[in-house]
Design a protein around this ligand. Structure first.
Ligand SMILES: [Zn+2]
Ligand SMILES: [Zn+2]
Length: 275
């Protein structure tokens, strides 16, 4: 089996409306293209900050600029008008776990993807609010990033931890610590293993400045050695990005000795052979 769970039905622009993108026709287009790539398990995981309910969790200016849509209408659309698995990409905001739990509670998710896009008020992956303009050292950014990823795994809100080394997204355009990076990965891998959460292998990094899979080979090897389940996704925002360069992902999984991937339904996980 091949999966693509961490998928967005629209680009990240604020004017990409539900009226245009949350339609049975668009879902069907995604389904058709996924099938062409051999992906039978297709889910969607819209960014939580696109929904007005997210402002009960966090009031960051970036979120205030995007939070327009109704969360229940999204759930109802995916459940009633598509055959896709229902997920959400719910940022981990330290200290706001109870508020995020309230948002997630009582909604019919197949899976919940946890992401770390911010450290406090500054962003790891957007030019606006960029952490790399604060003058904080690469060592400190990387250490805090992986500590936060570890916390996100331990908080118990998530089925999958997304793009687990997103901190590298800018590649050579941002500072990076020297030497063997496994010292940064260690606390995160320990948290993944202890919490039993699945870790995402995402091909999205291949279309970002870093031009690498998330996670790196070294981190994937550590995750695999620790026995963590792997969830395979592209983080597509268009049909062109669905299952993007999955051949690279499958080679990486093979190198790491991973033979099964995680499949989700009603927040229950099972493992299926890859392919
Ligand atoms: Zn993300
Ligand atoms: Zn995403």
């Amino acid at each position: 089996m091949l999966t693509d769970y961490h998928v967005h039905l629209r680009p990240d622009e604020a004017d990409a409306t539900p009226e245009r993108h949350f339609t049975p026709g668009n879902a069907e287009r995604y389904r058709t293209v996924a099938e062409e790539h051999g992906v039978s398990e297709l889910g969607v995981a819209e960014h939580v900050y696109r929904f007005t309910a997210a402002l009960d969790v966090w009031q960051h200016p970036l979120w205030r600029g995007f939070a327009r849509d109704d969360l229940d209408a999204y759930c109802e659309f995916v459940r009633e008008e598509t055959d896709l698995r229902l997920g959400i990409e719910a940022d981990f905001i330290p200290g706001r776990e109870d508020k995020m739990a309230n948002l997630l509670e009582g909604r019919p998710w197949d899976f919940v993807v946890g992401s770390v896009h911010f450290l406090q008020e500054v962003s790891l992956d957007t030019e606006d609010f960029s952490i790399w303009r604060t003058g904080v050292s690469a060592e400190r950014v990387w250490r805090r990033y992986f500590e936060t990823i570890a916390e996100s795994a331990r908080c118990g809100l998530y089925d999958v931890i997304a793009h687990p080394d997103l901190v590298k997204v800018w590649g050579d355009r941002a500072p990076k610590p020297d030497g063997d990076l496994r010292r940064y990965y260690e606390p995160a891998v320990e948290a993944f293993a202890e919490s039993g959460v699945a870790v995402e292998l995402s091909t999205a990094g291949l279309r970002k400045p870093v031009s690498e899979l998330y996670p790196s080979d070294a981190l994937l090897a550590m995750v695999a050695d620790a026995g963590c389940p792997i969830a395979l996704s592209s983080d597509a925002h268009t049909t062109e990005q669905l299952a993007y360069r999955y051949e690279d992902a499958l080679e990486a999984l093979d190198r790491a000795g991973v033979r099964e991937i995680a499949v989700f339904e009603n927040r229950e996980r099972r493992m299926e052979p890859i392919g």
